[in-house]
Design a binder for this molecule. Structure first.
Ligand code: SER
Length: 317
């Protein structure tokens, strides 16, 4: 059985990805790692180990001692936090990513998956239906680090035969763990506030379209790409998306379920970041090379999010 190590395991994606991988590959075959005390969900069906991604020796010994085949490197500083502390974004995302790729090279692991993001694009990128292969030139610290990871990973594939794979995640919406300081976080916060207070003040303005995806699709594309036949991959970094909406559109969708819900707008520094990112993505390369298709659109996602979150928070609507 393939053995996985997941960094950033208690993050928004990691928390649910570890659970999905454990279901499929067996609890003991998926090592969740991080630097914090883990939530119970990560320790009940499999091991959790303390790992500092800035310590190459610790990474190497953990991979060897646990007989790891595939690393999924999710630990990352996101766009909002990265803009406040670019040095932290550099160290965590560039040095951390480098350490992981080096370990995969030296130990000849089967595969290394490191997510990229819509943040890898920039103001000179065509914003509508952004193609997979296009000018990038991001202007956020986070985006610059993600372009580095894509290119360094692809270089390791070409030069050393490392099986590197990457997904340019759009904003991810989920009910289990909160996102950690990004520009798309409003699309998650809005659901908590709609249920708790029936109102939400968006930090992105009306008309700010961004590509988005619901967590079940995020888990699906991640596992599908990991399992994809390497001989079919012409690319290593892939656009993926499921929907694109602006704040007023998700608010209108929530209003269909919670008619009293009211939205107001107070754009902050994240508005400027969002304006440099694509409004929508063309993910046809992912569809062609490994069969990607999403299951959830805005309406289906909103309905399911409200149901799940209302159960979790114990708030009826
Ligand atoms: N969700 C991320 C962010 O907003 C985008 O990759 O930073």
């Amino acid at each position: 059985m393939t053995r996985f190590l997941v960094t950033g395991s208690y993050g928004q994606i990691g928390t649910e990805l570890v659970g999905a991988l454990r279901k499929k590959y067996g609890g003991k075959n998926v090592i969740a790692t991080g630097r914090k005390k883990p939530p119970e969900i990560l320790t009940k069906d499999g091991p959790y180990l303390h790992l500092d991604i800035l310590d190459p020796n610790q990474i190497h010994s953990m991979l060897v001692n646990n007989d790891i085949d595939i690393i999924i490197h999710n630990a990352s500083v996101l766009s909002g936090v990265g803009e406040k502390n670019p040095q932290l974004a550099y160290r965590t995302n560039v040095e951390g990513g480098y350490n992981i790729l080096e370990a995969a090279r030296v130990l000849k692991l089967d595969q290394v998956m490191i997510p990229s993001s819509i943040a890898a694009f920039g103001p000179s990128t065509p914003r509508e239906n952004t193609p997979n292969d296009v000018i990038m030139r991001p202007t956020s610290a986070y985006g610059v680090t993600k372009v580095f990871i894509e290119l360094w990973g692809e270089y390791y594939t070409k030069r050393f035969g490392v099986d590197f794979r990457s997904l340019r995640y759009p904003g991810i919406i989920s009910s289990e763990a909160l996102p950690g300081g990004g520009t798309t976080d409003y699309a998650v916060e809005i659901f908590y506030e709609a249920l708790k207070n029936k109102k939400y003040t968006s930090f992105l303005d009306k008309g700010t379209y961004l590509p988005m995806m619901y967590m079940p699709d995020c888990i699906k594309c991640t596992i599908d790409l990991i399992e994809a036949d390497e001989s079919k991959l012409k690319h290593r970094s892939f656009n993926i998306t499921a929907m694109s909406f602006a704040p007023e559109e998700i608010a209108a969708e929530i209003k269909k379920h919670i008619p009293e819900f009211e939205m107001s707008y107070e754009p902050d520094f994240r508005q400027a970041i969002a304006e440099t990112w694509p409004a929508s993505l063309d993910d046809s390369v992912a569809t062609e090379e490994w069969g990607w298709t999403p299951d959830y659109d805005l309406a289906a996602m909103t309905k399911d999010m409200l149901e799940k979150l209302s159960k979790k928070l114990g708030i009826k609507y």
